[in-house]
Design a protein around this ligand. Structure first.
Ligand SMILES: NC(=O)C1=CN([C@@H]2O[C@H](COP(=O)(O)OP(=O)(O)OC[C@H]3O[C@@H](n4cnc5c(N)ncnc54)[C@H](O)[C@@H]3O)[C@@H](O)[C@H]2O)C=CC1
Ligand SMILES: O=C(O)C(=O)COP(=O)(O)O
Length: 530
């Protein structure tokens, strides 16, 4: 049984889906007290999965207390409450649910813009206070006004489409979107400065990144058109709130609608929280029944797929692999991991590696295959738990450079993976592998010697001078020690040869030493390929 903790008032759909597998036990914990990372650290140890929204901060220290954690599911989009680097190093997959709350957040943005334009929250408060302030609470029309969208991603696009329906002129700034893509949405892409200077309303839809934190500050506020109105349903840190307060006080900014805060919940005594021209919602962008069911369902299905079948979908720290792709990739993942494990156990050190993917395998998603290969290779050099997620990060930590090439054609085999260790004098420094009949992994070359070896279990790898006597000698030594030989695979080139011997029980060092005693034997290593 796997154990998953669900937090942050997620839709009950998530629990239902996880429990319906019959293999996942669920604990729902919406307790405010346990959202303190120090308190949560005391509880998380036994869990394999953690499902959160924005309320739980998944810190490095918390992850240190989570030895069993394999997957974190974010039922939403922004993963800035999760220490991604620390999760990746620990080999934990972090998944989100893109698209699940996009429409809802876009609609909330439009609601905020309308409420801001017509002072609806202020008018409600005024009436509740027994006043009738028609003159004071007059608003602005939005028809014909220019809406500037910062970040033309999923939500930005929903907002653009709705705003055009409201007869606004829509412009956008997004350095990662092409003019053609924007033109298809009838949106004019402009430079940031132009957006600031010409928009009547500016709405923010960027993720929280180093480059987007404080994107709206005293300098950029000063570049805005006088009377501009701002809407922020992205992340609180994108606006420097003190600078915004100053711009509101001076009258340069006519109003702001804010859903997200640098610290949530915000301190109600902050000057901006009391400003009459600012309206607020408590991070409600994604909070509709529909969106919450969508994201809860997505995240529960994705977490189930990973925990039970190893399928990775919508991971933010690993390439996604669908169920169908996984079926085609699985034999290559196995092969690559065994190739890596073989080389890792044959050599004493690894510097840089080159991995060539040739033929059919090159048409698949090769990044996960590289991770599998690195997992096998580095497993021999580290005591840290290593898996597909953290393999590349651990390689980078060790300063190992990885060069990957793909070529669609391969003369002799339909698929071939070649691993070469660079910058080493050790031999062998190369291994090639392929898949037979779409499932069976084979090593077909070690060093410069071609052979045909089934990589499994304990194997003795012998490099020798190609002279008579080796097979008999190895057979006699192993026989004397009651070690059964499963397969004996040979290959040679010119005067040297390689033997791969699958043995049913591992040999101890004294047995290997006896094999080494024949002078024509150059090296003897035992590897374990699982
Ligand atoms: N208020 C709420 O409840 C919710 C807030 N969000 C926030 O909204 C953000 C956006 O969500 P999506 O549209 O789904 O993400 P997305 O990834 O589809 O779009 C983000 C866009 O921002 C652009 N971008 C990145 N850096 C930029 C920069 N420096 N300047 C301009 N554009 C830049 C990207 O190119 C991308 O097109 C999320 O990251 C999340 O933080 C998301 C859902 C609900
Ligand atoms: O999906 C996102 O990025 C959101 O900000 C939504 O946050 P929530 O799940 O409502 O706490």
């Amino acid at each position: 049984m796997y154990k998953v903790m669900i937090r942050d008032n997620m839709s009950p759909v998530a629990k239902e889906i996880l429990e319906a597998t019959g293999r996942i036990e669920v604990v729902v914990d919406n307790d405010k007290a346990t959202s303190d990372p120090d308190v949560l650290a005391g509880l998380i140890g036994e869990f394999d999965g953690l499902a959160v929204r924005s309320g739980t901060k998944v810190t490095k220290a918390l992850l240190e207390s989570a030895p069993n954690l394999k997957v974190i599911g974010r039922a939403g989009i922004g993963v800035d409450n999760i220490d991604l680097e620390a999760a990746t190093r620990k080999g934990i997959v972090v998944m989100n649910a893109p698209g699940g709350n996009t429409v809802t957040t876009g609609e909330h943005t439009i609601s905020m813009m309308m409420a801001l334009a017509r002072n609806i929250p202020q008018a409600t408060a005024s009436l509740r206070a027994g006043k009738w302030e028609k003159k004071k609470l007059g608003g602005v029309e939005i028809t014909g006004k220019t809406l500037g969208i910062v970040g033309l991603g999923h939500i930005g696009r929903v907002v653009a489409e709705r705003a055009r329906g409201l007869r606004m002129k829509v412009i956008a700034f997004d350095p990662y979107v092409s003019q053609e893509a924007a033109a298809k949405m009838d949106v004019r892409l402009v430079r940031y400065e132009e957006l600031l200077a010409t928009s009547d309303f500016i709405t923010l839809h960027v993720p929280r990144l180093k480059e987007t934190v404080n994107m709206i500050n005293a300098e950029t506020l000063a570049q805005m058109k006088p009377g501009v109105r701002l809407i922020n349903c992205s992340r609180g840190e994108v606006i420097h709130l003190d600078d915004l307060y100053e711009a509101l006080e001076s009258g340069h900014v006519a109003g702001a609608a804010i859903d997200v805060f640098p610290k949530e919940p915000p301190d109600a005594s902050l000057p901006i929280m009391q400003h009459p021209k600012v309206i607020f919602t408590p991070h409600l962008g994604a909070s509709t029944g529909e969106a919450q069911v969508n994201v809860a369902r997505m995240i529960a299905e994705q977490m189930t797929g990973y925990l039970l079948d190893g399928v990775i979908t919508n991971a933010v720290n690993f390439p996604s692999v669908s169920m169908e792709e996984m079926a085609r990739l699985r034999p290559y993942l196995t092969l690559a991991e065994k190739m890596g494990a073989m080389m890792g156990q044959l050599v004493r050190s690894v510097h840089d590696v080159t991995i060539d993917y040739c033929g059919e395998v090159a048409t698949l998603a090769t990044r996960p295959v590289t991770h599998a290969l690195l997992k096998g290779l580095l497993g021999a050099f580290t005591h840290k738990p290593i898996n597909y997620v953290n393999a590349r990060a651990i390689a980078a930590e060790k300063g190992i450079g990885i060069r990957e090439t793909v070529s669609q054609s391969e003369e002799a085999f339909s698929s071939l993976i070649k691993l070469k260790l660079e910058g080493t004098d050790e031999k062998p420094d190369e291994i090639w592998g392929t898949i037979y009949e779409k499932k069976y992994p084979r090593f077909i070359r070690i060093g410069d010697v071609y052979l045909d070896a089934i990589p499994e279990g304990a194997m003795i790898v012998i490099q020798n001078i190609d002279k008579p006597g080796v097979i008999g000698h190895v057979g006699t030594v192993l026989g004397c020690h009651n070690i059964n030989i499963g397969r004996f695979q040979l290959g040679r080139r010119e005067d040297h040869a390689v033997c791969l011997v699958n043995i049913d029980t591992p040999a101890d060092e004294a047995v290997l030493e006896e094999i080494r005693s024949l002078p024509i034997i150059l090296s003897v290593r035992q590897v374990d390929l699982g």
